[in-house]
Design a binder for this molecule. Sequence first.
Ligand code: UDP
Ligand code: MG
Length: 320
Amino acid sequence: MPDTLYIVVPCYNEEEVLPETAARLTGKLESLRQRGKISPESRLLLVDDGSRDQTWAVISRLARESCWVSGIKLTRNRGHQNALLAGLMTAKERCDFAISMDADLQDDVDAVDRMVEEYYGGSEIVYGVRSSRRKDTRFKRGTAQGYYRLMHLMGVELVYNHADYRLMSRRALEGLAEYKEVHLFLRGIVPLIGYRSSIVEYERGERFAGESKYPLKKMLALAFEGVTSFSVKPIRLITLLGFVIILCSIAALVYTLISKWFSFTVEGWTSLMCSIWFLGGVQLLALGIIGEYIGKIYFETKARPKYRVEESVDPQKEPD
Ligand code: UDP
Ligand code: MG
């Protein structure tokens, strides 16, 4: 019996694209089923993220009409990452592996076949990676590249040009469920889970219909989330700056004393200069040190799992 696949799709105000998306994805499930790759219990799981249009009505109708479609509805709009997590956690109970993708058909549906092959080849996580960003505006391409560079500098492991189009086995989903943090940035968390992973490249197209639910404001919020949910490097920068300014204060001390001894300076200038530099440095350093402790609290409160056991072996023989 082949494994059960759930395709999880978060939907926010997607009434225009849903019928087409569902048709293509159920077609894909059908063909995988015919080729014996997935079980008949496989489903397309549509997650309505508190849409304000007819999305839920459309999902309910699709579920009535097709044996492949099921849906869940969140009580209100909680954002893409939360909607996706809701879908994956629901799927975790029912499937052997799940693929997440957007509702707008920008992600190439045919890459699903290659992902499934990788899964049967032993990968527990398969990342869908955009082969190029030719179709993006120059602005989006530039900001995206800058963003990956920034994340790298901040010490966050990300898969380059990978959004949320990915396959995860049930074991990987169980690993994901151990991350209890409220501020979710799935792209950062999934690589932390571990297991064997691989990459499938695909060409990302235009939105099929409707408009992007990710205006610049939400994009910046996601980027900020990515940095602040994974890294305490910004705090470390403050400590570093404090050190640098204290060093500068020594240089300033030498400079002001020399000026005082060798040339005319206004009364009080020397002591003012020295105190301003030195106190500024001490204050920043103190802030940085407090920040280091806050950083520790921040990681403790996340209570991330420290490890995950993949396999274990025990002796097969009794001692003689
Ligand atoms: N989405 C969601 N909740 C939101 C915003 C978006 O579930 O609050 C879904 C949306 O329906 C789509 C996916 O997240 O399936 C990605 O959104 P979109 O395609 O608008 O983003 P873009 O491709 O423009 O970055
Ligand atoms: Mg899109």
